[in-house]
Structure formats: structure tokens, C-alpha cells
Design a protein around this ligand. Structure first.
Ligand code: ASP
Length: 433
């Protein structure tokens, strides 16, 4: 039966959650939704986050220890970062071309601008402060940050995933080098731990339809509040802007990921790629967080795309932290939209500056909801567009965040497949759920 398939169940959960949220806003039982439904969504995301660090550690140690040649690691690392950078630059460029062609900012009526700025200007200060901290950092600070001084501190904060990756690689290399009985014992230990964690991910995913239902219901209640018409008006006013972001995201997926797929996956059909990672894409959409979705992305990419664990256990955690094509594309569209709405003409130099800063800003953005708009401050400052303009787009940010996160996750999976294919590490995938 079709409805027994996990992705259909998640889609049904998503639609029912949406309906529940709308009905609860119209009929006025928002408090019930917030008090008794929202917590289940929160628990679901927390469970996924809970499993992320142990999963990355165990699967990466298992991956590294199965390498017969550790020099492969640096080659794979260099290749991964390079492909990630290239896809991000493509994304920003597609965003820039779309926003310059569609020009959504020029269509924004004056009174809408004023009312948006009045409504949202209060919420900008905190975002500007967080972005300021990022801007005050030295150029190599991000490299320094990869090395933790305390493993347990790193493992206790999901935003420090690159530090966990670093420790796991060290640990793996150490285990290979001691070899012998002790080494074998540790290899078996991490392998078994990895299998246990994958089982737990499966268990958590069984609750995904309910979790997604709760997340969507509470999201609609948070967005619409008691005044659904106002929320819909806002969506309408920012319609062209939202359409530009969506069209550009779709073009990026169709152009860049499809090409990567066509070049590097010889056996599988394109529809097979999307089928394989569909549950991860749906989760990314409903959680707006690449980090929270990471365990599911890893599982699907390994099992259903056939990417060897050696590759996926490295490429995907790194991708969830630094590769955000959807985010960088959105930042380019948003920056130019704000400039257009404020009547500022951007020079070619400023647009090139957007390519640079949006790429860097998306690398620096964490894989959590709303991180992209915080880092947008960095882009706006670089091209001297007033950061107060963020007020214009805040109202629809959460919805666009869901879409760009889905693209971020798709990008990580496409690159994992590419790296695996060039390393000869692509196996026969499992085609069912
Ligand atoms: N929510 C996005 C992610 O987790 C980041 C962002 O664009 O806000 O990938």
C-alpha cells in the first residue's frame, strides 16, 4: 500500500499539520496547539539532535578505520571542500541573475514598505549583534575553531560538529596505527556502535510523521497567530520576492545537482536520486535545520544512494556545517531585493561582492532555523545596504527557510554522491524505503 511508505506518511503528517494549524488559528484554539501539540515536535527534533554527535563520531571512526590508505583522506577532504565551494558560487550566481531579471524589489508598494519596517524593525538588533561578532573575527579563526581543546565540550554542542569530525579522524588514524588486537577491538566496537545508532535513527524515523505533524501545526500557529488574514496579506505583499527565491532554488537544483548526478551517477535514474533522499528532504523542509536532519541524510545517502560510509561519514557532517547552497542563493536574492526596495542601484562591483560574501556567509551559517538571515547582515554591510532593510523580508523568512534548507540537504547528498563516484566508492543502492 502506498500510504505505508515512510515518505507518504511524512507528507500526510505535513499536510494534516498544516490543516490543523490553519483550523486552530481560525477557530481560536492556538493555546491548545502550543501547549499540547508543539512539545511533540520539539521532542522529535531533540531526538534527532541527540543522535547526531554519536552518529558522526561512530560512523566516521568506522569509515576512517576501513580505509586502507589514509592519504586518501586529505585528497577526499580537498575534493569535498572544492566541490562545495563551486556549487555555492553557482547558487549565488543563479540567485543574482534571477533577482536582477525579475526585480521583485521595485514592485513593493511604498505603504507596504513602511508597515513592514514598522512591524519588524525591533527584531533586527539582536541579529545584527550576532553578525557583528562574526565580522570581528580574524581570517583564519575558522581553521583554529576546528581544533577543540576538550573533546567533551565539542561533543556537547551540536554546532561544533567540525570539531567532532576532527577528533573522529584523529581517533580513526590512531586506531589504524596501533593495529593488532587492540586496534581490531576498537574497530569492532565503533562498527557495532555505528550499527546500533543507525537502528536508533530508524526508530526515531518511525515517529517522523507525528513529529512533522506537530512541527507544522505549531509553525502555522506561530506564524499566523490569531490574525490569519494579516499573515496571508504579508505573504501576498512579498509574493514576488518569495517567487524569485523559489524559482532560483528550483533552477539551482535542476541545473547544478542534476548535472552532477548525470555526470557522476552511471547506474541510477535521476528520479531514483530524489526518491532515495526524499525523507531527508521532507525533514529538512519541516525542521528548517540541516543539522537536525543530518542523521537521516546520512542514513539515506549510505543505504539508498549507495555511497560508501568512508565518504558519507565525512562529506555529510562537513556539508551540514559549511555547504549551504540554498542559503547563499537566498542571501543573494534578499540582499538585492532589499537594495531594490530601498531604491539603491547596485554596481557590478557590489554584485561581485555579494558572490564573495554570500559564499562566506553561508559557510559561516549554522545548520539551524534562521541562521541564514543572521548572516545576511554580513552581506548587507559589505555592499553598504542598510541592515534595517531586513525588516522587509523577516515576515516570510521562516517559510523560505524551509525551502532553502531542503536545497541545502539535497546539495550535500549530491556532492556526497559525486565524491563517492570519483573515489570509486559508489555501491548498489537499496531502492525501497
Ligand atoms: N536553516 C538553514 C539550514 O539549516 C540555514 C539557514 O539558511 O537559515 O540549513
Amino acid at each position: 500500500m502506498w500510504y505505508k511508505k515512510l515518505h507518504w506518511q511524512i507528507i500526510i503528517g505535513l499536510i494534516l499539520g498544516l490543516i490543523w494549524g490553519l483550523v486552530s488559528s481560525i477557530a481560536g484554539f492556538n493555546n491548545f496547539t502550543t501547549d499540547f501539540i508543539k512539545p511533540f515536535g520539539t521532542i522529535f527534533i531533540t531526538l534527532l539532535k541527540l543522535i547526531a554527535v554519536p552518529l558522526v563520531l561512530a560512523s566516521l571512526v568506522a569509515g576512517v578505520t576501513s580505509l586502507n590508505d589514509t592519504t586518501k583522506l586529505s585528497r577526499m577532504g580537498g575534493k569535498t571542500v572544492l566541490i562545495y565551494l563551486c556549487t555555492t558560487i553557482f547558487a549565488v550566481t543563479i540567485g543574482l541573475v534571477s533577482v536582477n531579471l525579475i526585480k521583485p524589489g521595485t514592485a513593493l508598494p511604498e505603504e507596504t514598505k513602511i508597515s513592514l519596517q514598522e512591524t519588524y524593525s525591533g527584531s533586527i538588533e539582536e541579529r545584527s549583534r550576532s553578525a557583528e561578532e562574526v565580522m570581528n573575527r580574524g581570517p583564519l579563526d575558522f581553521v583554529v575553531d576546528i581544533v577543540p581543546e576538550n573533546f567533551f565540550a565539542a561533543a556537547s554542542d551540536n554546532s561544533l560538529m567540525l570539531q567532532v569530525v576532527f577528533v573522529a579522524i584523529l581517533l580513526g588514524i590512531g586506531i589504524i596505527q596501533i593495529g593488532g588486537e587492540k586496534g581490531q577491538f576498537l574497530i569492532t566496537f565503533f562498527d557495532s556502535l555505528n550499527d546500533v545508532i543507525i537502528k536508533i535513527v530508524d526508530l526515531i524515523m518511525k515517529t517522523a510523521p507525528y513529529g512533522v505533524f506537530a512541527l507544522m501545526a505549531s509553525l502555522i500557529v506561530d506564524l499566523a497567530g490569531d490574525d490569519l488574514t494579516k499573515a496571508l496579506e504579508l505573504l501576498g505583499a512579498l509574493g514576488w520576492y518569495s517567487i524569485t527565491v523559489l524559482v532560483a532554488l528550483i533552477i539551482h537544483v535542476l541545473l547544478v545537482y542534476t548535472s552532477l548526478f548525470k555526470i557522476f551517477s552511471k547506474e541510477m535514474k535521476l528520479s531514483g536520486f530524489f526518491k532515495a533522499i526524499r525523507p531527508a528532504m521532507l525533514l529538512g523542509f519541516s525542521t528548517s535545520s540541516s543539522s537536525a536532519t543530518l542523521p537521516v541524510t546520512m542514513e539515506r545517502v549510505e543505504k539508498n544512494l549507495g555511497v560508501d560510509e568512508e565518504v558519507s561519514s565525512f562529506v555529510l557532517p562537513v556539508g551540514a556545517t559549511i555547504n549551504m547552497d540554498g542559503t547563499s542563493l537566498y542571501q543573494a536574492v534578499a540582499a538585492v531585493f532589499i537594495a531594490q526596495a530601498l531604491g539603491m542601484d547596485l554596481t557590478i562591483g557590489q554584485q561581485l561582492m555579494i558572490v564573495l560574501t554570500a559564499t562566506a556567509a553561508s559557510v559561516g551559517a549554522a545548520g539551524v532555523p534562521g541562521a541564514g538571515i543572521v548572516m545576511l547582515v554580513v552581506v548587507l554591510e559589505a555592499i553598504q545596504v542598510p541592515t534595517a532593510g531586513i525588516a522587509l523580508i523577516l515576515g516570510v523568512d521562516r517559510i523560505l527557510d524551509m525551502c532553502r534548507t531542503t536545497v541545502n540537504i539535497t546539495g550535500d547528498a549530491a556532492v556526497a554522491l559525486t565524491v563517492a563516484s570519483t573515489e570509486g566508492k559508489l555501491h548498489e543502492p537499496v531502492l525501497e524505503d
